[in-house]
Design a protein around this ligand. Structure first.
Ligand code: MN
Length: 210
């Protein structure tokens, strides 16, 4: 991953703010990237500023090792490094137009694990709806099998040893302006803009996120 060490910067999105219309609105994309993600980046840089030893660690290492840090900064690093990682992953896995369906090795793995794509969608949607409060639903690789998991706040699957393939952000800031409180509608729209090419890369080139 690019820009993976202190000082972190908020790289531009790899597409325009209006690229996900009509599924995710322009203003939401702008606020989500320029304010929400930016805040996590600024906060992470601020914490690391006073801890030179931690400045040499990659974003993933910061997350995986966060339990080792002094209590005074442990939560802050976990929340803010997690916020950076999760948002980058979320923005990275969007594409419009999208191929709409998984393909390649990931398609085979999805059919092996969940019978078929409609069934996968149903289970993934249930998981995303089940997140109480703020968090994410993920498709992850757990050793050799696929699993659907959820994380709360800015916790990440990599802290638990999973390899992330796909993610949907179900914090209200990700959908409230367009979908109000209807998370289910947002999830239905999100299925139209999954970057399956990237998901396939995440699945096959697993070293990227190790
Ligand atoms: Mn978010």
């Amino acid at each position: 991953m690019e820009n993976n060490y202190y000082p972190f910067i908020n790289l531009p999105l790899p597409y325009n703010y209006d690229a996900m219309e009509p599924f995710i609105d322009t203003q939401t994309m702008q606020l989500h990237h320029d304010r929400h993600l930016r805040t996590y980046i600024d906060n992470l840089n601020n914490v690391l500023e006073n801890h030179p030893k931690l400045q040499t660690l990659s974003l993933e290492t910061l997350i995986k090792n966060s339990y080792k840090y002094p209590c005074s900064i442990q939560n802050s690093i976990r929340n803010n490094a997690g916020g950076v990682y999760n948002h980058r992953f979320f923005f990275d896995i969007l594409a419009n137009p999208s191929s709409e369906f998984p393909y390649g090795k990931l398609r085979t793995a999805i059919y092996d694990a969940f019978e078929n794509y409609p069934r996968f969608k149903e289970l993934f949607k249930q998981a995303a709806l089940s997140v109480f409060g703020s968090g994410y639903a993920w498709l992850v690789k757990d050793n050799t099998t696929l699993r659907i998991i959820t994380t709360t706040n800015q916790n990440t699957p990599i802290a638990s040893g999973y390899i992330p393939i796909l993610v949907i952000d179900v914090w209200e800031h990700a959908y409230y302006l367009k979908h109000y409180n209807k998370r289910a509608d947002y999830i239905d729209n999100w299925f139209h803009i999954i970057n399956w090419e990237k998901a396939e890369q995440n699945f096959t080139n697993v070293h990227t996120y190790l």
